[in-house]
Design a protein around this ligand. Structure first.
Ligand code: ATP
Ligand code: NMN
Length: 183
């Protein structure tokens, strides 16, 4: 059975969009700007919220919240940013998400597992185009942060400031080191 219609009982249309946002980049911003044209409110899930200080997940949930809220300041959209820990039980993951978020009726995702789990649970799935995927990619941005190449142009200015504020480049380099730290 399909979930509630696109509009809830209050008449508000609310959607869900989840990512790890390691870091939040211009591809994510473009997706959210597009979603903002379709819905009244957006619930943004910070996936793998428990992870930080690793090469694939350098930033904490709190830092990712800063990146997102500061980047969306100028957008005409009411949004909620909710950290979601992984639970490693796909069959009940949607219920886990529902237990942490305001209710929503549409899900925006290009992640095959996320799409599958929400459509099995009866949600309306929406897919957005991939924008400049070669560069607007967390993997590519972290690679550039490590190699000293220009990554700043691939993220909102607010994200550059958060990364600087938390010493993000130094952290990423240190947690990516192999072997012992030489004195
Ligand atoms: N350039 C992009 N354009 C449109 N959607 C994107 C883009 N990059 C990521 N997304 C989508 O945003 C959601 C969250 O993505 P995620 O946070 O994993 O970013 P990512 O760039 O794919 O990161 P990583 O390379 O670290 O896996 C996913 O549904 C993903 O498909
Ligand atoms: N069983 C689970 O805990 C489960 C299932 C599906 C997605 N997720 C999370 O959802 C997020 C999806 O975001 P990405 O598209 O960035 O991979 C990830 O953080 C992923 O770990 C978790």
């Amino acid at each position: 059975m399909a979930k509630a219609s696109a509009h809830s009982r209050s008449g508000v249309s609310r959607a869900f969009y989840i990512g790890r946002f390691q870091p939040f980049h211009l591809g994510h911003l473009k997706v959210i700007s597009q979603i903002a044209e379709d819905v009244d409110e957006l619930v943004i899930g910070i996936g793998s919220a428990q992870l930080s200080h690793t090469p694939e997940n350098p930033f904490t949930a709190g830092e990712r919240i800063m990146m997102i809220s500061r980047s969306l300041e100028d957008l005409d959209l009411y949004y909620y940013v909710i950290p979601i820990n992984d639970i490693y039980r796909n069959a009940i993951w949607v219920s886990h998400v529902e237990s942490m978020t305001p209710p929503f009726s549409q899900v925006y995702s290009n992640n095959p597992l996320v799409s599958r789990l929400f459509s099995e649970a009866g949600y309306e799935l929406k897919h957005s185009p991939m924008y400049n995927r070669v560069a607007y990619s967390g993997t590519e941005i972290r690679r550039r942060m490590l190699s000293g190449e220009d990554w700043q142009q691939l993220v909102p200015q607010a994200v550059v400031r958060v990364v600087e504020e938390v010493g993000g480049i130094e952290r990423l380099k240190q947690v990516s080191m192999k072997g012992d730290i030489e004195s």
